[in-house]
Design a protein around this ligand. Structure first.
Ligand code: PEP
Ligand code: MN
Length: 344
């Protein structure tokens, strides 16, 4: 439920609305302090209580409008909050119209390797460096990342290139450690519904990129984002990275419709990761261009200097040169939809 007060209404009228809600056991949040005060009730309540509250609040002086919502996600809702979220990271802003490109290897494999690839992608217009130090792998015998050493190497690559860094956190107790180094915390597809992790990220003082689970619906993704925002961290971006379907020619199926849908439903920025969706590097540029045309705020792609030697996800990783070609193509698509990639 969203209650909009008339502009210039008295503070005591707002307080009376809050008191009325509290008398019914409901907590109100101030969604906007002005010019018109907007109050929201985010907890789920049953229909009869909703109608009872509506009846009581309608008569309070200063109340302009009462809106009920049937979505269970509220704080991430564009309609509920009337907001648009833009997240500034370093010199780039995700969600303000510019196209931000995050690029780097699947995993940090060595200090020299991550520094070299950071230089390569920075020179070609990447705005953010990606690289996993804690890797969630399908097999327990695969390379699972360098851990804190990997984070240190990422931080050093940031020092050298100036690129902010995004890296994955896979357990709630490691959130403070990863947040110490990272500019953006990544929550991976396999952890989309790890609610303890979402809540820990909700308490961190870092933006979070939440990836859609491979079997996650759009509604579930939004509810997972709601977990983070409800804990006080409003800097959340959502990442479409392909979902599992019957198709086996691609690793996953990129749900391009998720981009405009998410942009309509939520005020949070939307990122597309064509690399994990495609699973094949030759498909990545076309899918990245489609994502920009569809309105994605940012793109995340895997880049490796020698993809065939990568410890993970080499098949879908672009070489730095192929990344450079893709950036030029993306810049032209961005221009066609009245957007641009800073520095390209
Ligand atoms: C990754 O970004 O390297 C990764 C593991 O992605 P996802 O969680 O989408 O599979
Ligand atoms: Mn990967």
């Amino acid at each position: 439920m969203v209650i909009t007060m008339k502009s210039g209404c008295l503070k005591r009228n707002v307080a009376f609305v809050i008191k009325t809600l509290e008398s019914k056991g409901c907590a109100a949040r101030i969604i906007s302090p002005g010019p018109k005060v907007v109050l929201g009730l985010v907890e789920e309540i049953n229909h009869s209580l909703m109608e009872e509250i509506r009846g009581l609040v309608t008569h309070i002086e200063g109340v302009e409008d009462i809106n009920t919502f049937d979505t269970t996600w509220k704080l991430v809702s564009r309609a509920f909050t009337g907001k648009t979220t833009a997240i500034k990271v370093g010199s780039r802003t995700i969600g303000n119209g510019e196209v931000v490109v995050m690029a780097g290897p699947c995993a940090v494999e060595s200090r020299e390797g991550i520094i070299a690839v950071a230089r390569e992608v920075a020179a070609r217009g990447a705005g953010i460096l990606r690289g996993g130090a804690f890797k969630p792998r399908t097999s327990p015998y695969s390379f699972r990342g360098l851990g804190e050493d990997g984070l240190k190497h990422m931080a050093e690559a940031r020092e050298i290139t100036g690129l902010p860094i995004i890296t994955e956190v896979i357990t709630p107790h490691e959130v403070p450690l990863v947040a110490k180094y990272a500019d953006i915390l990544q929550i991976g597809a396999r952890n989309m519904q790890n609610f303890a992790l979402l809540e820990a990220a909700g308490e961190a003082d870092r933006p979070v990129m939440l990836k859609r689970g491979m079997m996650g619906t759009i509604q579930e993704l939004l509810l997972c984002a709601e977990y983070i925002v409800a804990r006080g961290n409003g800097k959340v971006m959502l990442c479409e990275r392909g979902i599992r379907t019957y198709e086996t020619e691609t690793r996953n199926t990129l749900d391009i419709a998720a981009v405009p849908l998410l942009k309509e439903y939520t005020h949070l920025p939307v990122v597309v990761d064509p690399s994990h969706a495609a699973g094949k590097r030759e498909l990545v540029p076309a899918m990245a261009m489609a994502a920009v045309a569809a309105g994605a705020d940012a793109i995340m792609v895997e880049v490796h200097p020698e993809p065939d030697k990568a410890f993970s996800d080499g098949r879908q990783s672009l070489t730095p040169d192929a990344f450079g070609v893709m950036m030029q193509q993306l810049a032209r698509v961005a221009q066609a939809v009245d957007r641009h990639i800073p520095g390209v």
